[in-house]
Write a protein that binds this ligand. Structure first.
Ligand code: PLP
Length: 359
């Protein structure tokens, strides 16, 4: 009847836990004892401060961030980070290395090149970004200021397996996989992620920076674009409402058992869907098997002409936002943390039934 929550496979913004949305709804007009909503009170108030501190505490615990990591809540999306990273860390007389694994890393490289010298250490462009270049083939320089990767490629449905090693600090765009698995933080200098896939609503970008990496940044940066400004103090009005929702999602994640439990569940969800895709020739996976993303499985129907029907009949079953990115086509079922196993089971059942009807 149009008022019910459906199984939402959207790639971004992604689905959020229903319990979090209900809590937000209940607290919307009056937050705690503030006598107003969280949106209407000072970002310097004790009420808001407690929310932000709690979000930091939960992130630190969930990801195992030590005291040498700064947690920043910035605006401008992950796209702003494409520029802010090289602005801060690409030295005027040096260079950075970039591994290109899709549309977003190409955009990141473009911004770096506007500011200085950026070298393509590896690219999957020759396979239409259906692979992750083999680590042994990366052309890395020990003099690079940093190595930039995109650890999960939302559009193409590929993902690095684990955390790569490099001699220089790695900067990763983890927008579409952050908090979906435990991370080995050792190789990283900076991790960034728009909140709107796995953490909350659009409007806040989480940036994690190791203190020793932060210390290497360029001089004379514009105040708002200098990570140091935000690492030192709360400089201006933060995106209060998105941070408030992120805090609830982080608490929800803790209650689910944290990133280890979530990783196990995410692997089970992805395996269920990929096994269904592989079971017959009716459906086809698009990317290399060893590069398959747990977060954004991309696939298609062997008979492409059936796709509009697939989407229409799926929608009638309450399964929505399954269309692939316009640049790739086909289908994409994003399986972010908040998407329950039941949703994947419902999708797989639907895929079976659809094949029976049209196969
Ligand atoms: N990086 C990745 C991996 C993404 O999936 C997206 C998605 O939109 C972006 C960057 C761009 O993020 P934003 O829209 O927050 O700028």
């Amino acid at each position: 009847d149009g008022t019910q929550r459906l199984h939402n496979f959207s790639a971004g913004p992604g689905t959020l836990p229903t319990s979090v949305l209900q809590e937000v709804r209940d607290e919307l007009p009056v937050y705690g004892t503030a006598g107003a909503s969280i949106m209407e009170i000072s970002h310097r108030s004790a009420d808001y401060d407690a929310v932000e501190q709690s979000a930091r505490r939960h992130l630190r615990r969930l990801l195992g961030l030590g005291d040498d990591w700064h947690i920043l809540f910035l605006q401008g999306g992950a796209s702003m980070q494409f520029h802010q990273v090289p602005l801060n860390f690409l030295p005027p007389d040096g260079h950075a290395d970039y591994v290109l694994t899709g549309r977003w890393s190409v955009k990141a490289l473009r911004e770096a090149k506007l500011l200085g010298t950026a070298h393509t250490a590896a690219t999957a462009e020759d396979t239409d970004f259906t692979t992750i270049p083999d680590r042994d083939t990366w052309d890395l320089s020990p003099e690079a200021a940093y190595l930039h990767i995109t650890s999960n490629n939302t559009v193409h449905g590929t993902q690095f397996s684990g955390d790569p090693e490099a001699e220089v600090p790695i900067v990763t765009d983890a927008s579409s996989e952050i908090l979906s698995r435990p991370m080995n933080l050792d190789p990283y200098g900076l991790i960034y992620a728009g909140a709107q896939k796995n953490m909350g609503p659009a409007g806040v970008t989480v940036v994690l920076i190791r203190d020793s990496f932060l210390a290497r940044r360029n001089d004379d940066l514009p105040t708002m674009l200098d990570y140091g400004t935000h690492a030192e103090r709360r400089f201006n009005t933060p995106p209060v409402f998105p941070i408030y929702v992120v805090e609830k999602v982080l608490r929800w994640l803790r209650d689910q058992g944290g990133v280890e439990a979530m990783h196990t569940l995410n692997q089970q969800k992805a395996a269920l869907l990929y096994n269904r895709i592989d079971r017959t020739d009716f459906y086809e996976g698009i990317v290399a098997r060893n590069a398959r993303s747990t977060m954004n499985p991309v696939f298609r129907l062997h008979d492409d002409a059936l796709q509009p029907r697939f989407l229409q009949e799926a929608k009638a079953e309450g399964l929505v936002n399954l269309k692939g990115h316009r640049s790739v086509g086909g289908l994409r079922a994003s399986l972010y943390n908040a998407l329950p196993m039941e949703a994947v089971e419902a999708l797989v059942d639907f895929m079976d039934a659809f094949e029976q009807r049209h196969g």
